[in-house]
Design a protein around this ligand. Structure first.
Ligand SMILES: [Zn+2]
Length: 361
């Protein structure tokens, strides 16, 4: 505590110096009044003298804010600056471990990015790529905001989809989303900035007879569908051309959907949300992923540092490789079951390779 006291005293001294130097500056400023010239000159001289008398305080006037952080750690473990120190210590240590990937790993993407997915998700601290991708580097172009909203980050999403030409736009909502919950209620009490972010997040008000948790869970899924629909308004032509697939996903760490804690569930593909079609889609992608399009050495759960590119031979092979008869049957069956006559159909042949895959990087 003695050390802390000294630190605070030191900080206070510098802060005080800062205040006094601001005062000196204000006094030195021309007043633009019609005061007597002699009085003005005297005042100016006085101010200059004051400024000269405190060169060191002026020089260090901005430093207290930089110095209080390392001194704060002894006060309490829960105190904000103490948490800051602990957090920064941990990220530096984690980064040190991460650097063990070595120069070869980082060199593989040092000169440019070729992600396969633009991933729009919530800023929520419980949501991270580690839930669905052990090797996200150079593969997931991440865009985040509260409520995973397309229009609140349209420029970033558009950059991923149209400039980087990712073949996937994945919109990933999550159970327990605070933004969705806020949007279900009265947002007028929120700050202007937060209200601005939430005013385009439209979900149904809770129905009578539905528990609050169930309504919240439904609203999370509803928002994912809504965001997929908005994305299709912007990027529908790329979907029709086979260049883009918009996938709506819910990451469920609360097991609200009953599929298991931490499960990610595909709930929407290009505006299709029928459960049977989603099941068929998942079966198709799990059983017949184009071999050349994988970047993982050992199946889906590649080790870090194993990020690989599809070679051009495999990519062209993928382009000419229709779905197997069995999977084609699954997809056809799903399409037959579609209850939305105008909904886009699932593809019965492998799409053309994405520019990223075709480039052979
Ligand atoms: Zn959220």
């Amino acid at each position: 505590m003695v050390r802390l006291g000294c630190a605070l005293l030191f900080a206070s001294t510098l802060l005080f110096g800062c205040n006094r130097s601001e005062q000196a500056t204000a006094e030195a400023r021309p007043t633009h009044t019609k005061a007597a010239a002699a009085a003005k000159a005297a005042e100016k001289a006085k101010a200059l003298e004051k400024a000269k008398a405190k060169p060191e305080q002026n020089e260090h006037a901005d430093e207290p804010r930089r110095f209080v952080v390392p001194f704060a750690w002894e006060a309490s473990r829960d105190e904000p600056l103490s948490q800051t120190r602990a957090y920064l210590k941990e990220i530096l240590a984690d980064n040190h471990v991460y650097m063990e990937h070595g120069p070869k790993f980082f060199a593989s993407f040092a000169d440019g990015q070729k992600p396969r997915a633009t991933v729009l998700t919530c800023a929520d601290s419980r949501v991270h790529t580690s839930a669905f991708d052990t090797t996200p580097e150079n593969d997931d172009f991440m865009v985040r905001n509260i409520g995973n909203q397309v229009n609140n980050a349209l420029g970033s999403v558009e950059y991923g989809v149209e400039h980087l030409e990712t073949p996937v736009l994945m919109i990933l909502g999550h159970s327990g989303c605070g933004a969705v919950k806020a949007a279900m209620g009265d947002i007028s009490t929120q700050s202007e900035a937060v209200r601005h972010e939430l005013e385009n997040l439209h979900v149904s008000k809770p129905k009578t007879g539905v528990s609050a948790d169930a309504a919240w869970s439904e609203a999370v899924v509803e928002n994912v569908h809504s965001q997929v629909a908005i994305a299709l308004q912007h990027f529908g032509s790329r979907v029709q051309e086979g260049k883009l697939t918009v996938v709506g996903v819910v990451y469920d760490f609360r097991n609200d959907l009953g599929h298991g804690s931490g499960k990610i569930t595909i709930v929407d593909v290009n505006g299709n949300s029928d459960a049977s079609r989603m099941q068929a889609f998942v079966e198709a992608i799990e059983n017949d992923a184009a071999p050349g399009a994988s970047r993982k050495k050992d199946g889906a759960r590649g080790k870090r540092g194993d990020v690989e590119r599809a070679d051009s031979g495999s990519a062209s092979e993928a382009a000419n490789n229709p779905l197997s008869p069995e999977l084609k049957r699954v997809v056809d069956r799903a399409n037959e079951m579609a209850n939305q006559a105008s909904a886009p159909k699932l593809r019965t042949a492998a799409p053309a390779p994405s520019p990223a895959a075709a480039s052979g990087h």
